[in-house]
Design a binder for this molecule. Structure first.
Ligand code: ZN
Ligand code: ZN
Length: 373
């Protein structure tokens, strides 16, 4: 009996020899080879699914649909199987795509984009398929969707108009508290609205808008930018009133909330006492007492923690955020109490300084947060 290494031609094409035998220069070619091999396997899988469907194999074996049969056969999630069946059935009518897929020239994700393009305009796709397959084979993956939608616009202007209308009708935004104590923001926008939002967020989050040494990740910067835009809106004078008041964040806090270091529950999840102190640092305060029946009673007039005249003097003195190197203008800054009023600090110029939202946050959160797993 021999134990000689096998060659790809006469043995297992996926594992022709141990990976350890690969030289450094052979790694990239091996990955390219496997990438093509994977596409070939996926193309064969699609061909089997299509053939089984034509012969009625799923129904003969008691399944309601090819998707149900594929789920039972492979154990893959329903969404994955549904997409595979859709691709497999569409490929029966896409000769050039199917051949390029089978040759390993197109990956499955590129094939899926071509299937989508065909679904939008089947007749035009048949006419232009050789050209589109050539583009799918050669263009970088991130440019292919753009190229395909460009083709669609040129080939079928009415259809493209219909798509634009559908994208606008499909706009949605969901904002909901999660079980983990965060708030999930998720939605879809038509291209024009999306551009407005991306431009606004980019104006605060893109590298040129940042100060040197900013260590936030791009995703964190986008999140901060969205919040900042909403805050500026709430602070601006020209927004609708509700019951005669401009809507703003309202927190009901007790003195122990403000001086302690426990957690305070909001509708959207808990906040720390540090956060409560920061929010109360520059706020509009309405004193409330609780009566004998545990009902809250308004006991005094609302007042700014920093009255308008004092704020104007502070704006004049500081001009903007006082954090070294930060140039956020005064109108977007908070009036920070150096010694917090809840800890007995007074509201006079020497105990106040302007800080932008980000540096105000840093000033109140001296302690690093405990690391979460
Ligand atoms: Zn403060
Ligand atoms: Zn700042």
């Amino acid at each position: 009996m021999t134990t000689e290494a096998r060659h790809p031609e006469d043995g297992d094409p996926v594992n022709p020899f141990p990976v350890d035998w690969l030289g450094d220069d052979e790694m990239a070619p091996e990955l390219r080879r496997l990438h093509r091999l994977k596409a070939q396997a996926e193309a064969r899988e699609a061909a089997v699914i299509a053939r089984a469907h034509r012969r009625g194999v799923p129904q003969a074996q008691g399944f309601a649909s090819p998707t149900a049969w594929l789920i039972a056969t492979t154990g893959e999630p329903p969404a994955v199987c549904r997409s595979r069946v859709r691709v497999a059935l569409a490929l029966q009518h896409m000769d050039h795509t199917r051949q390029a897929f089978a040759a390993g020239d197109l990956s499955e994700c590129r094939v899926r984009l071509l299937v989508d393009a065909r679904a939008d305009a089947p007749d035009l796709f048949r006419r232009d398929e050789p050209l589109l397959v050539e583009q799918a084979r050669t263009l970088p993956a991130r440019m292919l969707p753009k190229a395909l939608s460009h083709w669609r616009r040129l080939a079928d202007p009415d259809g493209a108009r219909y798509d634009a209308e559908a994208a606008f009708l499909a706009r949605r935004l969901h904002i909901s508290p999660t079980w983990e104590g965060t708030v999930r923001v998720d939605g879809d926008l038509d291209p024009e609205s999306g551009t407005v939002v991306m431009t606004a967020i980019g104006s605060l989050a893109e590298p040129w808008a940042l100060e040197p040494g900013d260590t936030r990740t791009p995703a964190q910067r986008r999140a901060d930018a969205l919040v900042e835009i909403c805050r500026r809106h709430l602070d601006s004078a020209d927004r609708p009133t509700r019951n005669g008041e401009r809507p703003h964040i309202t927190l009901t806090l007790s003195p122990p909330d403000l001086t302690g270091d426990g957690l305070i529950d909001l509708d959207t999840g808990p906040i720390t006492a540090d956060t409560a102190r920061r929010l109360a640092c520059d706020a509009c305060i309405t004193p409330i007492t609780i009566d004998a029946a545990d009902q809250p009673q308004t006991a005094g007039n609302a007042r700014r923690t920093t009255p308008p005249a004092l704020r104007r003097a502070l704006d004049l003195r500081d001009g903007g955020c006082t954090h070294p190197g930060c140039d956020i203008p005064a109108r977007w800054c908070d009036a920070h109490h150096i010694v917090h009023w809840a800890h007995g600090g007074n509201t006079e110029l020497p105990n106040l300084k302007l800080l932008c939202r980000r540096h105000h946050r840093t000033a109140h959160h001296h302690q690093p947060y405990p690391k979460r797993e």
